[in-house]
Design a protein around this ligand. Structure first.
Ligand SMILES: *[C@@H]1O[C@H](CO)[C@@H](O)[C@H](O)[C@H]1NC(C)=O
Ligand SMILES: *[C@@H]1O[C@H](CO)[C@@H](O)[C@H](O)[C@H]1NC(C)=O
Length: 358
């Protein structure tokens, strides 16, 4: 009568073996981490370790961080830090930080670099920063193999539970196109950017990425450095709108072409524009003046804050921290909307809470 016992033991073993081989398909797992690619808006400190002038490693940057300046382009948390809080993940280390190794990378890595662009040539305006191509290659060549070895999993299995956050294009438009000389029309230029962008996303998909958050570009003409006290620069804002329309089409096209993928388009343009036109709706008092920076004859003198310069006393009152970058308070609003909004004008077709439970 020993046979049934053996066979039930065998089937139990079989079940255990099956569960350990195919754990991901049976139920949805929480998000294990995030990989971030893009510009200063989503850079958690990479530039500190790179050869560039664009290093916010001095006060008043980080004035509201418990540990002071960290290489983040603002007074405190980036929008990426706020995403981590929503997902209950530890804050991401920048790829270039030598301590970004071992178990610390299991919850993801931030590859973004301030001043970088979709075009390699955009970086030349900012020194040796990491372009989108370099950022993705850093992920592919270094982080992904390390993670596979560490977790003992193949990339296809592993990456399904990570979010891939991308934000780029603004520096290409403001620094490369309008910093000129570029002979193309803005129409052709933005189409070319989207073509390159599409290639980068396809590359990530081929590595096993499935959950994508594509952030739009912000209303570029309303950055303090690009506007006058009275009005936004319409040329730059129109360029951002044109780019974003193509970006949204890219997202819809890729979603249709890539089986098993989930794309979210986070409309940071609309969200920020809402704050700029109606700051008090979210408790802000000033959406024109940055917390640090000086107006001179109708234009901003500095984009980066001066070292140890005076900073506005109430950082929660201002939308902008410097001539280009947002305050922590603004980043928290954007992240809250990303995770909970039900408005397709802010996040579509689903929000990040839903993306994280798919
Ligand atoms: C807006 O920005 C563009 C590009 O930098 C510039 O050429 C133009 O003079 C600006 N317009 C105004 C009204 O300042
Ligand atoms: C967004 O997230 C919230 C909170 O998880 C959820 O209740 C809501 O249905 C979502 N909205 C949309 C439009 O997906």
């Amino acid at each position: 009568m020993g046979t049934p016992n053996i066979s039930s033991q065998l089937s139990l073993t079989l079940v255990i073996v099956l569960i350990s081989f195919f754990p991901l398909n049976c139920y949805s797992e929480p998000i294990k981490g995030m990989f971030v690619f893009g510009t200063s808006h989503v850079d958690n400190g990479n530039n500190i370790f790179l050869e560039t002038e664009g290093k916010p490693n001095y006060l008043p940057y980080g004035v509201d961080n418990p540990s002071g300046p960290t290489g983040r382009f603002g007074n405190g948390k980036t929008v990426i830090d706020a995403f981590c809080d929503h997902l209950r993940l530890p804050l991401l280390l920048p790829f270039s930080d030598p301590s970004a190794k071992g178990p610390k990378i299991a919850s993801g890595v931030d590859f973004a670099s301030g001043g970088s662009g979709i075009l390699d040539q955009t970086d030349s305006h900012s020194g040796k920063v990491a372009s989108m191509k370099t950022q993705i290659s850093n992920f592919q060549q270094t982080t992904l193999p390390a993670l596979e070895a560490q977790l003992g999993m193949k990339r296809e299995q592993l990456l399904a539970n990570y979010m891939f956050i991308l934000e780029s294009g603004g520096n290409d438009i403001t620094n490369t196109y309008f910093g000129g000389p570029v002979t193309q029309t803005i129409e052709v230029f933005t189409t070319n950017l989207i073509q390159l962008y599409t290639g980068y996303v396809k590359n990530l998909y081929s590595l096993g990425a499935r959950k994508f958050v594509i952030m739009s570009e912000y209303p570029l003409g309303c950055y303090p450095i690009n506007r006058t006290p009275n009005e936004c620069n319409q040329t730059l804002t129109n360029a951002a709108t044109m780019y974003n329309a193509k970006l949204k089409t890219m997202v819809n096209d890729l979603q249709a072409q890539m089986p098993g993928s989930h794309f979210v388009y986070l409309d940071t343009y609309n969200i920020l524009n809402g704050l700029i036109t109606n700051p008090s709706s979210q408790g802000f008092k000033d959406a024109v003046n940055p917390c640090c920076g000086v107006w001179e004859m109708g234009t901003m003198r500095f984009s980066p804050c001066d070292k140890n310069k005076k900073v506005c006393p109430d950082r929660k009152a201002n939308v902008f921290f410097d001539g280009v970058h947002l305050t922590e308070a603004t980043n928290l609003v954007i992240a809250a909307k990303a995770f909970t909004s039900t408005l397709p004008t802010e996040v579509s077709p689903i929000n990040l809470s839903q993306l994280s439970t798919i």
